[in-house]
Every structure is written in C-alpha cells, then in structure tokens.
Design a protein. Sequence first.
Length: 320
Amino acid sequence: MFTRALSRLSVGFYPQLLRILATCGTTVSRAGRIVRAVSENGKLGIVDKGWNDLQTEADRAAQRCIVASLSKSFPNVTIIGEEETDPNEDIKPDWVETSLDENILKHVSNFPEEWKDVKDEDIVIWVDPLDGTAEYTQGLLDHVTVLIGIAVKGKAVAGVIHQPYYNYKAGPGATLGRTIWGMVGLGAFGYTQKQPPKGKNIITTTRSHSNKVVTDSVDACEPTEVIRVGGAGHKVLLLIEGEVHAYVFASPGCKKWDTCAPEAILTAIGGKLTDIHGSKLQYHKEVQHKNTAGVLATFSVDHQWYLDKIPQSAKDALKP
Ligand code: AMP
Ligand code: MG
Ligand code: MG
C-alpha cells in the first residue's frame, strides 16, 4: 500500500510529456509481445486495405493494445492510429499497460525546459502498431517495428521505435526485442550510434512499394549500394546505426504514423527527416495523413546534397 501511494504521488512530479513517453515505452513492448504471439499462433488474418496495403491480426491487436493503454492514462490527448479498429472491441485485460518505463523516467533531471508545460490539447500521438506488414507476412521479421510518435503543436518531438524481433537470429533462449526512444532536446537511447562508412553512399528505400519515380530518385542520388528493406522505422534505425547514409522515398505512400516517431528520434540526435522538397512534415490533428511529397531522411551527411539530387520530375510529381 505504502509503495503504491508513494509511486502515485511521485508520478505527479513528472512533466506530462515525460509521463506520456514513459507510458509509450512500456506499452510498445506489450504491443511487440502481441505481434510475436500472433505470428507464433499462425493465424495472421490478412486483409488488403487497398492496393498492396496489408493488415493482419497483429496490426489490429497491437493497435487496440496501444490505444486502450494510452487513452486510459491520457484521456484528453488525441491519438491517431493507422488501423480502423473499434477501440473497445476485444480488448484483453492484460493488454492495457499503464505503467511507466523507469529507464525513461530517470532522465527527468535533464528534461528540456521547452516541453515542461505542454498542454494535452497541443499533443497528438501517432501510432503505427506494425510497420513493415508486407515483410511480416513474408517472415522478414527484422524489418518489423512498432512506432509511437508524439507531436506537440504539429512538430514531432518524441517517440519510441520497438523492434519485437531484435535478436531473433541469435537462437533459442535469446531475449527478443528492443526499444529505441528519444526526445528533441534530450537525445535518443537504446541503440549504439555509428557513422556510416566513409567513401561510400549507401541508400535505403522501400522493397515492397517501389515504382519508377522511386527508383529514378534513388539512382539520381548516385548510390554505391542500395538496401531495399521494409518499414520506415527499420530504415531510420539503419540510418542512426550507421548502416546507410540516406533514406530516399519519392512516393506519397508513407503516412504520418510511419514518420512521427522516426523523425523525432532522428531530430533528437541532429539528423533530418523532410519531404523531397526539404520542407518539414506537420503532425497536428487535422493534417492529411499521407506524406504526399515523399520522405528524405539523413543523419551525419549533407541533407541538402540529396535534396539537390532528387530529379525535378519527381519534385513536380510529388507536391506537398
Ligand atoms: P516501405 O518502405 O515500403 O515498408 O514503406 C514504409 C511505410 O509506408 C509502410 O508502413 C508502408 O505500408 C507505407 N507505404 C509506403 N508506400 C505505400 C503504398 N504505396 N501504399 C500503402 N502503404 C505504403
Ligand atoms: Mg507503417
Ligand atoms: Mg502499419
């Protein structure tokens, strides 16, 4: 009793944005366990939401878990998730995860002044319960991430990227999963930051949503190697871990829930994520969900160099 009362009291001392981020930290791991459980069970329940836009039972269940958890703790904050699921349908009691991640809370002493008095009505939480669904259905499990991004007044400021299958090639008994998190002004944690190899120009792009504009734009950036993998979350992890120099995607296919958490984490360490014209993406609640002018993300290289290389024909085709 005493411990509970004390921890409830101490929660009051944390800024709201840190409480939200710390709840995202525990909730995203719970969603990751659901994603693994669905694939172990084998009943993926695949639905095609459009042309080459898949949804599985893992997408649906992970979103229910995240939305139920965050809306219980933060009823006045807007939450926008990728999937159209009934938030009250089929919620299992152990899917509601409202505890706070201690590893995130312990950064309270360095919490940025700028975010101390953020109001609930200025916050939008963008949820991609499973990024890389096409790859998930094909067994390319290391491409899969769960993304929760937090925007304040339309800017991506904090987020978590959870990789439920991290370590899965290490064999039986290995601990699966990791969470990378960050906040602008505080930094990013949960991974080892590396610089990409010098003398090369490695570009990552989509493997399952390509077209001529996408490939022409990648080619125009003069890559020494192209890494085609699934998921916006996974590709930004390749960037911050020094596997690639740039993520180039000249297509309107990515949505705000794909980019909010990756952009916040990338920005927190000095990287950039913009559209292919170099404009910042917006994340307020009325914004259109599609990133109609594509995505260009870089870390530790000259962002403008890539912007200048994107062909004018792609820029003409992809308007904000
Ligand atoms: P990818 O790099 O193909 O894995 O795409 C990154 C994210 O954007 C994933 O969530 C995809 O589902 C989404 N996406 C990209 N292109 C399209 C598209 N043409 N149609 C639907 N979703 C897309
Ligand atoms: Mg996605
Ligand atoms: Mg998704």
